[in-house]
Write a protein that binds this ligand. Structure first.
Ligand code: G3P
Ligand code: MG
Length: 244
């Protein structure tokens, strides 16, 4: 039974700079038990927690993340763009994030970012680090927009929970979820229809919705069968009584 109704997006992206250790701490301090973060490939095939392809929006640097080494990334300020009080934040490595999340007592929805042939580089590396540094699989799930990435995860791990991400849910969602023995379908809240939600629940999958920041919209759709929202601002929903 997956009881969590609210999960932090990129940590808690409205409260602290997304995908930083400060954002994970903010999520824990807000009372969350689950967080979603994004894992990406940096230069030299290192794994880092970062959403965008480029450094420009969320750091003091610029250029492509995949062309930047961890040594260079660690010199960048990943917090001031959000607020100067976070000037000491850096881009976390996957290992740093895995260890800190467990230290905080949080559970993790790790989203694997991808781009074409990078799947072959990123997926085995992510799974190797998870198998080394993550203790309890009951407090873990892995998600991705990329079906091939999740197929590869499933080949490497027979029982980790998998969430297939969609922006717009395609007609063949059911076959895809079956192929990967999915746990959940994680979709864009704004594009979900009641008919889709009903079918997903009928097929036995959990239904997670991102990025749900408007309580009124969530309230109007919740009875469709939504199980969990992924939000930038967990406090709003915790105050409304959503179980963490
Ligand atoms: O996992 C839900 C959500 O994070 C997917 O979209 O672009 O925010 O990573 P994005
Ligand atoms: Mg994400």
């Amino acid at each position: 039974m997956f009881a969590t109704k609210v999960m932090g997006h990129r940590g808690a992206a409205k409260i602290a700079p997304e995908n930083t250790l400060a954002s994970l701490k903010a999520a824990a301090d807000a009372g969350l038990k689950w967080v979603e973060i994004d894992v990406s490939l940096a230069g030299g095939d290192d794994l880092v927690i970062f959403h965008d392809d480029t450094l420009d929006r969320c750091t003091s640097g610029s250029g492509l993340v995949i062309e930047t080494s961890v040594t260079q990334l660690k010199k960048l300020d990943a917090g001031s763009w959000f607020d100067t009080q976070f000037a000491n934040e850096t881009v976390p490595t996957l290992v740093e994030a895995l260890l800190y999340i467990q230290e905080l007592g949080l559970s993790l929805n790790l989203e694997i970012k991808y781009s074409g042939e990078q799947i072959e580089r990123i997926v085995p590396a992510v799974m190797a680090q998870i198998h080394t540094y993550w203790q309890d699989k009951s407090s873990l799930m892995i998600s991705s927009f990329n079906e091939a990435a999740l197929v590869m995860v499933r080949e490497l791990d027979g029982d980790v929970r998998l969430g297939q991400l969609y922006d717009d849910i395609p007609a063949n969602w059911s076959q895809t979820l079956k192929n990967i023995s999915a746990f959940s379908l994680n979709c864009n809240h704004n594009h979900l229809t009641e008919e889709q939600a009903t079918a997903i629940k009928k097929a036995g999958y959990y239904l997670f919705c991102y990025t749900a920041n408007d309580p009124k919209l969530v309230e109007s759709h919740w009875h469709w069968g939504m199980d969990t929202i992924i939000t930038d601002d967990p406090s709003v929903f915790i105050d409304l009584g959503f179980a963490t």
